[in-house]
Design a binder for this molecule. Structure first.
Ligand code: R5P
Length: 296
């Protein structure tokens, strides 16, 4: 077995290879003067089971295209099985035609991933508002893992929250709020969210009150930070004592982190599905455990 990470997450792939005690594959990736991408696999892969790890954060088209080059080349060079982990899977939000004429990006991306010969795919907290199971979209075995227990363990070990209330900022976040609440042995609730634009959301509380409570807000993605900021404003107005935030994919566009901290949130933690200064939690153990469970 060889683990190969694309340019989006080389450190993560090296850590996974170390944890599994297998070869960490190497790539040469560069650009031709005209901007085209060049990719070369520096290991012998014939008859190997290759674990590919490639996230699709910040420059999703670039990382997706690199993934397609990599897996197509692996299969062409005789790899007998390619199992892919796409820790941050972009384009999952465009799973429906919201306005006439829109591209169904999720469907297109999943078709491309299959077409190059991916045998099995794992994602982590992939955005699935409308799609209940990822196997409805992928025509290959697919699994959506969650990093929420790892994040909750980190928050528990840091020990800064007393008897926290866990809040999911919208209905979809209930699954993550539930997982985090179980790990923290805490109560949870979710808010109601209406998206008004790319960075504007309207959030309304439901039954819980954060008065004199420590709160952990959990979500899959922090992009512009609009969702976390609106949810935090409500919680502070209810009298929350301390608010911390945990998310799987810290995309952190448009100064999101400084804007969240500026309203009084005490701490924001994310994972290395999107490597950044708040990637305090690694998903490497989650990936390594699931590789160990694969049939040989
Ligand atoms: C959407 O429903 C997701 O679960 C996140 O809440 C959303 O992507 C966060 O985006 P933003 O940080 O831009 O509000």
């Amino acid at each position: 077995m060889i683990v190969i990470g694309g340019s989006s997450c080389e450190n993560l792939a090296n850590t996974v290879a170390n944890q599994l005690d297998v070869t960490s594959g190497k790539l040469e990736v560069r650009r031709f003067p005209d901007g085209e991408k060049y990719l070369r696999i520096l290991n012998e892969v014939k008859n190997e089971h290759v674990i590919v790890i490639q996230s699709m954060h910040h420059t999703p088209d670039d990382f997706l295209f690199e993934y397609l080059l990599l897996v197509d080349a692996l299969k062409d060079l005789g790899a007998n099985r390619v199992t892919s982990f796409i820790p941050y899977f972009a384009y999952a939000r465009q799973d429906e035609r919201f306005k006439p004429g829109e591209a169904l990006s999720f469907k297109t991306v999943s078709k491309l991933i299959q077409s190059v010969g991916t045998d099995e795919i794992f994602t982590i907290d992939m955005h699935q508002h409308r799609v209940v199971k990822s196997s409805e979209v992928f025509g290959i075995p697919s699994h959506n893992l969650s990093a929420m227990r790892l994040l909750a363990d980190y928050v528990r070990k840091e020990g800064k929250l007393t008897n926290p209330l866990v809040i999911g900022p919208d209905a979809e976040a209930e699954q993550w709020a539930k997982l985090a609440a179980e790990s923290l042995n805490a109560e949870y609730d979710v808010f109601e969210k209406k998206r008004l634009g790319d960075s504007k959301v309207e959030i309304r509380p439901r039954k819980s009150s954060a008065k004199d409570r420590d709160v952990l807000i959990v979500d899959d993605i922090i992009s512009t930070g609009g969702t976390i900021i609106e949810a935090s404003k409500i919680l502070f107005s209810q009298g929350a004592r301390r608010i911390e935030v945990a998310c799987t994919h810290p995309i952190l566009a448009s100064e999101a982190l400084s804007r969240i901290l500026a309203i009084g949130v005490a701490n924001v933690v994310g994972t290395d599905t999107v490597p950044c200064p708040i990637s305090y939690v690694s998903v490497a153990p989650l990936i390594a455990d699931n590789v160990r469970k694969l049939s040989s």
